[in-house]
Design a protein around this ligand. Structure first.
Ligand SMILES: Nc1nc2c(ncn2[C@@H]2O[C@H](COP(=O)(O)OP(=O)(O)O)[C@@H](O)[C@H]2O)c(=O)[nH]1
Ligand SMILES: [Mg+2]
Length: 456
């Protein structure tokens, strides 16, 4: 993702790289800077506009990029003024030749000549060194990097995160179906590929079945396969793409969050709290992972950040006791939603099981329906292991729905399809980053298309 981010920034403006190399000019910043350093109006030809008082200062102090960009704007202007000069766009050369022509024609005013002498001086090799009093430093590009990158949509981030799964898969599928008719052997090979992509045997067979009934004995392209694959995956995921239903008759609606350590429980709680309190609900967060001090502190920060109430206890304290206290307090202060964080140490499974069972049991003493939702977080980068994790936590804590996190990373999201097919548990949200807003409602079709490498 970082790479694509950088790419976006650095390809802005659509200027070929060789121009940049020649002049030290930063093409990606040109439009914004040109806007900021409004081209100086020519006295004879343009109405006099107020001159930005910052512009001359920046040209002097910001160094090369700003100066170069000012040059480019003058060069463009000169090119626009001289018929037949449009093809000479190279910086450092264009202004010179154009200016010579203009000077010969006597069309330049004094200001323009001064500007253009700066442009001559900063163009590499072809121009003299500037006189004392000018700066030609070419550092500090950040002074002109003022174009914010367009934020990626969540689907773009999902696609980027699933690129590892989708590009590997589409590449292999394309190779498999090059100039081959669909026969049993290719179907079998395709099934293997789909299973390797963590999609699960059931879904792999669905896809090959659909492909076979549509195209058996005929030519098949990689795109055909991707399209059918996306369609079949959508069918598997659609029934589990459900909203997280809050029953606000419960005051509070209690959400217990479980999952292996590091899968994103605490972060997801913070993101959920932000959504809920942003919608005007009164939210309380309970730090039930009493095993690590950092986990308590982390949740406290999220509570502060999201305007939620917070209840914690000391390190090593009984998590079930805290959950009970939290429920009582949330009831007393009429919270709408109580979200309880937990520890997820799988390495001591017996202890984990006992602790989670106890939490569920004590909550049930205050309300037989509580916890009203048991959410499990799954880390999308773990692959097959996520399937086992659902199995374990489902048995221990009666998981009622899932959230898959880290789909923005090098995700192996295929496993969510296998989990959906096997467990049929609702998938409420997906995490696509560490930020407070990086939690999106799960959409079956978007997810299927991202896995199949199709455009939105
Ligand atoms: N890239 C990315 N990182 C995430 C996401 N969700 C959580 N994380 C990070 O994963 C790490 C573990 O998350 P945490 O919430 O502490 O997991 P917990 O141990 O289950 O509570 C932290 O560094 C989080 O910032 C996500 O959707 N995308
Ligand atoms: Mg945590």
């Amino acid at each position: 993702m970082a790479l694509s981010f950088i790419k976006r920034v650095f390809t802005f403006g659509d200027v070929p790289a060789d121009q940049d190399g020649q002049s030290g000019h930063h093409p990606e910043t040109a439009p914004a800077v040109q806007a900021e350093l409004e081209p100086k109006p020519r006295h004879e030809e343009l109405p006099v506009a107020p001159v930005d008082p910052v512009a001359p200062l920046e040209i002097e102090t910001a160094g090369g990029p700003a100066a170069d960009l000012a040059i480019k704007s003058d060069a463009d202007e000169a090119a626009a003024l001289l018929p037949g000069a449009e093809d000479t766009s190279e910086l450092g050369v264009v202004p010179l030749s154009l200016l010579e022509a203009e000077a010969a024609a006597g069309t330049l005013d004094a200001d323009t000549k001064l500007q253009d002498s700066v442009s001559e001086a900063t163009a590499p090799q072809t121009v003299p060194v500037l006189p004392k009093g000018f700066s030609t430093a070419r550092s500090e590009p950040e002074t002109v990097t003022i174009v914010p990158p367009a934020p990626l949509s969540w689907f773009q981030r999902l696609r980027a995160g699933l690129a590892r799964t989708s590009s590997q898969l589409t590449g292999q599928i394309a190779a498999l179906f090059t100039k081959r008719k669909l026969d049993d052997e290719t179907l079998e090979e395709l099934e293997d590929l789909l299973i390797q992509a963590d999609l699960g045997v059931e879904t792999a067979m669905r896809i090959t079945g659909a492909l076979s009934s549509e195209r058996y004995g005929k030519d098949v392209s990689g795109e055909d396969v991707s399209r059918i694959m996306a369609g079949e995956i959508t069918k598997v995921l659609a029934p589990v793409a459900k909203p997280l239903a809050l029953d606000l008759n419960h005051k509070p609606h209690v959400i217990l969050v479980v999952g292996v350590n590091g899968t994103g429980k605490t972060t997801t709680i913070g993101k959920l709290a932000a959504k809920l309190s942003g919608a005007g609900l009164k939210v309380m967060l309970a730090a039930g992972d009493t095993f690590r001090a950092a986990a308590i502190e982390q949740l406290k920060i999220w509570a502060d950040r999201t305007g939620s109430q917070f209840i914690g206890t000391k390190l090593g304290a009984d998590a079930a006791g805290l959950a009970y206290d939290a429920f009582e307090q949330a009831r007393a202060n009429k919270s709408d939603v109580l979200i309880i964080d937990t520890a997820g140490r799988l390495q001591n499974r017996a202890e984990l099981m006992a602790e989670l069972e106890k939490i569920v049991r004590v909550l049930g003493k205050l309300d037989p329906d509580a916890p009203h939702t048991v959410l499990q977080t799954l880390d999308a980068t773990t692959g097959q292991n996520a399937l086992n994790q659902v199995e374990i936590f489902r048995n221990v804590a009666g998981v009622s729905g899932l959230i898959m996190t880290k789909l923005d990373g090098t995700a192996r999201g295929g496993i969510l399809v296998a989990i959906a097919a096997k467990h049929k548990l609702p998938v409420y949200f997906v995490g696509v980053g560490e930020g407070v807003d990086d939690l999106e409602a799960f959409e079956a079709e978007d997810f299927a298309q991202a896995i199949a490498g199709l455009a939105h």
